[in-house]
Design a protein around this ligand. Structure first.
Ligand code: SF4
Length: 459
């Protein structure tokens, strides 16, 4: 039977008043064996909650009366109390198969669970989706969901997922859209496989079969030095140009037919091709911001507005699509970037400033250095830190590791301020488990948005 372990009880909360303790295991809520935080929240919202719990091997019943919708005040160990549904695909571009040996086990979980799609925005392929799942999504209105499409041609999708259900599982996408569920799609483009004419055909397939998709993000595959897939390689510039051209052609078609752009190319494509980013309003609400789509345009706009002293409505990281679930654990998008004890932002003495970032981040920040220097009243250097840990074409700041930063800072001058975006951290740790305290120079951790960066450099 699935159980949910309590990891924290908010002081003064109804659960605290009822005597619940960290370590308690929830067996049922209002008589229901709850399988995940979604069901937990539905039951916990009731004004009277009967909790059957186990402590030290003994079971007991606790009844809590509170206002309807008020939080119980519990933090739970995981979002899913039965097992996370893992993926049965074998995509050649899967980044989990490209991790260096020895990484934390939790980073190698291949989930393909619509619940995590709803809770955290993880993309699901729907190859393990069932009729019962569909019924639940509709009944509980689990919307929006995020679906990996990759190709609408059944054979190409099967080959990309290396799963024969890849051919048929997009029927679930039709069913979700028919029921009014908001769905955002994604195409991971592997050059030579699903780019060019195949991508063109995929976008035609979207118009033909899935025009109710809210958005489709087109993103390039990442290839680390640890891939064992001979066919997987980074885009050439010409291939990246063709992707951007196709996406922009299809945006015009979607605009004409549906009245919205629907499809968007990842920022990485504009960096690869050296083309200017589209204007911020061409991203239509930045629904795929977390997927690296519109992030650069948003960041630039934030820096420029903040340097003019304007109030900035920061997009930043979303805290999860179910952020109001008080039981949901700190994982996925909810995980705080800085942890307890992380040396967050501190005001170092007035010294020249170095901003540490990935290769792509440096390209985004380059044109903004003049604005930042004007605010700082001193030189600002942007230092791209090569990603040697993963190697390959991995250049996003979020995948920088402690080891990369140690190498970059080893011989760096001591009389500078070093600023580091918090997107490199999860719960105060880099991907390789190191922490900012392990770096050879003190670094100031700055929230990864333009307004926070301007604030950090401000003289
Ligand atoms: S569906 Fe996702 S997790 Fe599963 S193999 Fe493909 S890329 Fe990896």
């Amino acid at each position: 039977m699935p159980t949910a372990r309590v990891v924290a009880v908010a002081p003064g909360s109804p659960a605290d008043a009822a005597g619940l303790l960290p370590g308690d295991e929830l067996l049922t809520l209002n008589g229901e064996t709850v399988r995940d935080v979604i069901r937990y929240q539905i039951q916990a919202d009731e004004p009277r909650v009967e909790l059957e719990l186990r402590r030290g091997g003994l079971e007991r019943l606790v009844v809590i009366d509170k206002a309807a919708g008020a939080s119980l005040g519990l933090d739970l160990e995981s979002a899913v109390f039965d097992r996370v549904r893992t993926c049965d695909n074998h995509c050649p571009f899967c980044f989990i198969h490209q991790l260096p040996p020895g990484m934390r086990k939790s980073l190698s979980l291949k989930d393909d669970d619509y619940r995590l799609s709803f809770l955290y925005g993880n993309f699901t392929t729907l190859t393990r989706f069932t009729e019962a799942d569909l019924e639940r999504v509709i009944t509980e209105q689990l919307s929006p969901l995020y679906v990996s499409i990759h190709a609408t041609d059944p054979d190409v999708r099967t080959a990309l997922l290396r799963n024969r259900r890849g051919a048929t599982s997009l029927r679930w996408l039709s069913a979700l859209l028919d029921e009014g569920i908001e769905v955002h799609g994604q195409v991971v483009v592997c050059p030579g496989i699903n780019d060019g004419d195949v991508l063109d055909d995929t976008l035609l397939g979207v118009l033909d079969r899935f025009p109710r998709l809210a958005t489709v993000g087109v993103v390039p595959l990442g290839v680390s030095d640890h891939t064992t897939e001979a066919e997987m390689r980074p885009h050439t510039i010409a291939e990246a140009e063709r992707v951007v051209d196709l996406v922009e052609e299809w945006q015009a078609r979607f605009l004409a037919v549906l009245g919205r752009r629907l499809v968007y190319a990842a920022d990485e494509y504009y960096l690869l091709t050296g083309r200017p980013f589209p204007a911020l309003d061409a991203y239509d609400g930045l629904s795929q911001h977390e997927n690296g789509i519109g992030m650069a345009a948003e960041f630039g706009a934030e820096v420029q507005a903040a340097t003019r002293g304007e109030q900035v409505d920061v997009q930043g990281t979303r805290t999860g699509f179910f952020a109001w679930v008080d039981g949901a654990p700190a994982e996925g998008y909810r995980a705080p970037r800085v942890g307890l004890g992380t040396p967050v932002h501190f005001r170092a003495p007035r010294q020249p400033i170095t901003i540490l970032t990935g290769d792509y981040g440096a390209q985004v920040l380059g044109p903004l250095v003049g604005d930042l220097e004007a605010v700082a009243g001193m030189p600002v250097e942007v230092r791209p830190v090569p990603n040697r840990f993963f190697g390959g074409n991995i250049a996003v700041t979020g995948l920088l590791t402690g080891a990369d930063l140690v190498a970059a800072l080893q011989d760096a001058p001591a009389d500078r301020r070093y600023l580091l975006p918090d997107v490199t951290l999860s719960n105060g740790r880099f991907l390789d488990g190191l922490t900012p305290a392990d770096l050879p120079r003190p670094v100031e951790i700055v929230a990864t948005d333009g307004a926070s960066l301007v604030e950090a450099v401000r003289a």
